[in-house]
Ligand binder design. Structure first.
Ligand code: PLP
Length: 393
């Protein structure tokens, strides 16, 4: 499946921060990836919700080709039009304010944290985030991430971050007060295995933020741009956040992140407060604009709803047949819990069957396919799972 010399060269040349699956890809198209021998794999991860538009989407490829031959980057010392066009698109599609660009999800979390802290000033320096949430691995975003095992080796972290259990409305009321700069949350917590945060909790977060003058920041890095059905997951929750964080699928595969703020908080940053040399370059912005336009197509969102329902129904049937203990999903963001801690074996079994998935814990397998995945590949995934997961006997 993989040339062993590649594995050895990787181990000798790269820091061991990733537990890679034993496969190397050379080409991608739509929801499929191909290895050097031409074997087709159905990508049910989309690079952790990055290649949502599908691999090598023709509009993204054309935008990159056209822009690469004209101008790749200039830094933010100068004006370029693609970044303005992309910011206008994101503004009009979401909160109506202004945009700050960066290069990744962690950087988007950092930017939102800095914006909230600057707006709050020294008297309002506390931040509330959710237990089991994930916002990135840089020091600020790691401090927001509510997963102690990821934080342990890096303490002390950024101070004054409190974590509240999603669903604990009373705990949230206690944690948020006049010293709170912001509450950070995801509508669906992806990294711990696709757990939707209860709508009552999200609405309560809006209420307590309003009561105390804190910002509600919604991390749409994994859920955004039609992954769960609507363009942004918050749009189905009946709340309007003050800031959203975006990355992953935003670039159609190239690295770009952003925060969008509503107009009232869009003037918080002044020149020099924050920035990035690479960010908002014409190449990535041209690619991102093409990706965003494709991801916002109503027909694609309908496809996400239909294929998401198909996948969830298939996963629920596996539960009914005793192959799995529980199935969850929103749009094309799904997971199953296994009755035994065999998720890594299940992922290895799926790989051998030609399907890519990942395990978020010993018991949970997650599926985040490109949004263009077709019905026969969804059905193929469910059938492969039926073969790979032994029924509880
Ligand atoms: C919800 C959420 N926030 C932030 C991040 C961090 O994004 P990145 O890996 O681009 O830094 C991720 C990545 O998985 C994520 O899922």
């Amino acid at each position: 499946m993989i040339d062993e010399t590649l594995v050895m060269r990787e181990a000798a040349a790269l820091m061991p921060t990733y537990a890679r699956q034993p496969v190397a890809f050379v080409r991608g198209e739509g929801a499929a990836l191909y290895d050097a021998e031409g074997r087709r794999y159905v990508d049910c991860m989309a690079g952790i919700s990055m290649s949502n538009v599908g691999h090598c989407h023709p509009d993204v490829v054309a935008a990159i080709r056209a822009q690469a031959g004209r101008l790749i980057n200039t830094s933010n010392l100068y004006y370029t039009e693609p970044m303005i066009e992309l910011a206008e698109w994101l503004r009009d599609a979401s909160l109506g304010g202004r945009v700050f660009f960066c290069n990744s999800g962690a950087e988007a979390s950092e930017a939102a944290l800095k914006l909230a802290r600057k707006r709050g000033g020294p008297e309002r320096a506390e931040v509330v985030a959710l237990a089991d949430g994930f916002h990135g691995r840089t020091m600020g975003s790691l401090s927001l991430t509510g997963q102690p095992d990821k934080q342990e080796a890096f303490r002390p972290l950024v101070p004054s971050v409190r974590h509240v259990d999603p669903g604990d409305l009373e705990g949230l009321s206690t944690a948020v007060g006049p010293a709170t700069a912001a509450v950070f949350l995801e509508v669906v917590q992806g990294e711990i295995g696709v757990h939707p945060v209860p709508n009552a909790f999200i609405r309560h977060a809006r209420e307590v933020c309003d009561r105390h003058g804190a910002l509600l920041v919604i991390d749409e890095i994994q859920t955004g741009l039609s992954r769960t059905g609507p363009l942004f997951a918050y749009q189905a929750e009946g709340v309007e956040p003050d800031v959203i964080c975006l990355a992953k699928s935003l670039g159609g595969g190239v690295p770009v992140g952003a925060i969008v703020a509503r107009p009232e908080v869009s003037d918080t940053f002044a020149p020099g407060d924050h920035g990035s040399t690479f960010a908002a370059g014409p190449l990535v912005c041209a690619a991102a604009l093409a990706a965003c336009r494709a991801l916002a197509e109503p027909a694609l969102q309908e496809h996400v709803r239909a294929q998401g329902a198909r996948l969830l129904a298939g996963l629920r049937a596996l539960v009914a047949q005793g192959h799995a203990a529980e199935a969850r999903g929103r749009g094309l963001m799904c997971a199953i819990d296994l009755p035994r801690p065999r998720a890594a074996d299940a992922v290895a079994g799926l790989l051998a069957e030609g399907y890519l998935a990942n395990n978020t814990s010993a018991r949970t397998v997650r599926f985040l396919p490109p949004l263009v995945i077709e019905a026969h590949d969804v059905e193929g995934l469910v059938a492969a799972l039926g073969r790979v997961l032994p029924p509880l006997g």
